[in-house]
Design a protein around this ligand. Structure first.
Ligand code: MEV
Length: 438
């Protein structure tokens, strides 16, 4: 980019593309062609996508795949996943199949509470603020009646408002710590609307609270916003089986179980390993969260905060062998929605939810936790047996061949060639060049 641009958002889509292609790319014609090539051929579908965000110039594709054969609480599901990383879907499918014959996955909801806070500064008598809050609480709740009405009809709404004193951390810092039940909605808009109204009402009520001195009447609201840390919006998923049933071609069942538990224990005590261990879990979680139109950044932030809740970043999964039974489980906070947001707008999100048999938010939490557990099982199983590169590079082979510009016939030939050989960048390049020369 050579010069800044004024009023970019006001330009038409074509003008935006022209500006970008001309000012920011080496080959404007090719750039323009590429951006247009990724448009949807149906203008109505394209318009829908254009309007999700601002300054849209094209679409950015991610593969949309299916991991079939997940048995969850006795029911079979095919799980849609949107992810770019090769071997994630294959690993999930493999884990699903493995556990299908060993009782499947069991999942349960531990809680569904969401959180939001109004952060404010009060530089006065603590005791009087507490008295004020007791008097103000019913008024605060009343002030959001028009916002909560529909949610309450369906059984949700505001669970509680608490006054929290954090003045030992920042002088005069207090919060309204609010908890919510948002049912099948992720609830961000609902929660933020309530919080902004609470903030307004809090200020107004303080101004007319007779017990406050003039200076105390001026509560300074800093902000009202939901928290993506939702430790009480929690789901647990598990698998278990007698140790001898962990038979696999790579290792004796007893040795495998022991090594697997050690690997999980290492991730529990060692943050360097825990981060990668949990990254593998998020491969499964994010892929389903994304396919179902949920906010993966919110989920990521909340999950990692939960992983560090005891003061040190640790594994989200746990494993043990007890009385000859291998048990492997996950506990994760997941604030998800199956209504609102993109769920009824994005055609593929709608389809993903249909494939999942139109789940409630609670059911989706269970499915997503299972996807994370399955992914972690597959990764740790590979790590403690063959290592991940064998499977990973096999799955990555097609990417490498595409990069080299192999034809379909050459790809078939090379995939067959590498069936029994180690895939490395150098080996693939060499084999490809050999075929070309022939
Ligand atoms: C790669 O995307 C994920 C793994 O590194 C996870 C793990 O190490 O457990 C394989």
């Amino acid at each position: 980019m050579k010069t800044p641009v004024e009023g970019f958002s006001k330009l038409s889509k074509t003008q935006k593309i022209d500006w970008i292609a001309t000012n920011c790319t080496q080959d404007p014609k090719a750039a323009k062609q590429l951006l247009e090539q990724y448009w949807n051929t149906d203008p109505r579908v394209q318009k829908l996508h254009d309007e999700f965000i601002e300054n849209t110039i094209s679409n950015y594709y991610l593969p949309f795949a299916i991991a079939p054969n997940f048995k969850i609480n006795g029911e079979f599901l095919a799980i849609p996943m949107a992810i770019e990383e090769s071997s994630v879907v294959a690993a999930a499918s493999k884990a699903a199949k493995f556990w299908m014959d060993r009782g499947g996955f069991k999942a349960e909801i531990i809680g569904t509470e969401k959180v939001g806070q109004v952060h404010f500064i009060f530089k006065g008598e603590k005791r009087r603020l507490k008295e004020f809050f007791i008097a103000a609480k019913p008024e605060l709740l009343k002030s959001v009646a028009s916002i909560t009405q529909n949610m309450e009809k369906r059984g949700g709404g505001i669970n509680d408002i608490e006054l929290r004193d954090l003045s030992d951390k920042i002088q005069g810092y207090y919060q309204l710590h609010c908890t919510f039940e948002t049912l099948d909605a992720m609830g961000a808009n609902f929660i933020n609307s309530c919080l902004e109204q609470f903030a307004k009402t809090l200020k107004e009520l303080a101004l007319s609270f007779d017990e406050f001195s003039n200076h105390e009447k001026n509560i300074e609201v800093i902000m009202g916003i939901l928290s993506n840390y939702v430790p009480n919006c929690l789901v647990r998923a598990e698998v278990s089986c007698p140790v001898p049933e962990l038979d696999n071609s790579d290792m004796d069942a007893e040795e495998f179980a022991q090594k697997f538990v050690q690997a999980v224990n290492i991730a529990k005590v060692e943050p360097y390993r825990a981060v990668t261990h949990n990254k593998g879990i998020m491969n499964g979680i994010d892929a389903v969260v994304l396919a179902t139109g949920n906010d993966f950044r919110a989920v990521e932030a909340g999950v990692h905060a939960y992983a560090a809740k005891d003061g040190q970043y640790s594994s989200l999964t746990h494993a043990k062998i007890e009385d000859g039974i291998f048990k492997f489980w996950i506990e994760v906070p997941l604030a998800l929605g199956t209504v609102g947001g993109l769920t009824s707008l994005h055609p593929l999100v709608k389809l993903a939810l249909e494939i999942l048999q139109k789940p409630t938010a609670k059911k989706l939490m269970q499915i997503v936790a299972v996807a994370g557990l399955a992914q972690n099982f597959a990764a740790v199983r590979s790590l403690v047996t063959t290592g991940i590169q064998k499977g990973h590079m096999k799955m990555h082979l097609l990417n490498m061949l595409n990069q080299l510009g192999a034809t379909e016939a050459e790809k078939l030939q090379l995939v067959a060639y590498f069936k029994e050989r180690t895939v490395t960048n150098a080996a693939v390049k060499e084999a490809f060049e050999k075929i070309k020369a022939e």
